[in-house]
Structures are given as C-alpha cells and as structure tokens.
Design a protein around this ligand. Sequence first.
Ligand code: DQA
Length: 146
Amino acid sequence: MTGLIQIINGPNLNLLGKRQPEIYGFETLEDVEADCAALAADLGLQCAFYQSNYEGALIDCIHQARDKAAGIVINPAAYTHTSVAILDALKTFDGPVIEVHISNVHQREDFRHHSYVSLRADGVIAGCGTEGYQLALRRLATLIAD
Ligand code: DQA
C-alpha cells in the first residue's frame, strides 16, 4: 500500500469559510486542502480530497479507498450523528481512520455529542479548528509507520 491518505468531508463543508464562521472559522476547504497537501509532502505522504453533500457518495468514496488508501481522515459533518451506513462503510476499510470535527461538538447541542463514526475511528479530534485535519495527518503518519 502507498502512503496515500484519503481526506473525506461531508455535507455543508463545501461552504467552509462562509458558513457560520463564528463556529467554523474563515478558512475555506481549499485552504484546508492546501495546508494538508503541504504537510503530507513533509510527512512523505500524499493526500486525495473528496467532499460531498450526499451520504451514498461518501460511502462510495470510502469503498474506493479500500484499494488505494493507507488511511482515512473523515469529517462526516452532520452524518456523524445519524449515519450507520457510513459507520458500516468505514468498517470495511482495514487501515487507520481518524475522525475530525472542526468545532468542539461536546460543547454544542446534545444531538452532536453522539458519533456513530467514533465506533470505528482509531482517533477523534474535535475543537481544534481546521488545524484538526493536520493533527489527523500527523497521527496517521505515526500509525502507518508502526
Ligand atoms: C462538524 C460538527 C457537526 O456536528 C456538524 O454537523 C458539521 C461540522 C465539525 O466539523 O465541527 O457540519 O462535523
């Protein structure tokens, strides 16, 4: 397996930087991708990025990662709290999975406190802003090297 990391973002994250910036900040998803690509190069990894507002498309992306990716970083956004299907898809992936939330979901509404995806994730990063994606990449670099 190569050092390819699949970074997956769920619904509404295409509007990052414009959507509720008081919660999610002003960085856009393109900014996040550029930061991750630069860090991945430093870590000797490559990144593939995917964002969709559709649950099935996110599941297809996870299935495709089975054959090509060494690890997954996923921010399933609102599907975190609802999607058994995304949990099941992640269970078909053998490599390490890090779940990222830009906001501290535990400080927010009760319905954001439960994550189906955490049942599969090897690590969870929440409340570190968009830097969380870079923290996830660093953790995956460690896990893949082990
Ligand atoms: C989020 C938190 C979710 O509860 C929310 O639905 C999102 C983004 C985050 O990154 O903080 O869309 O996953």
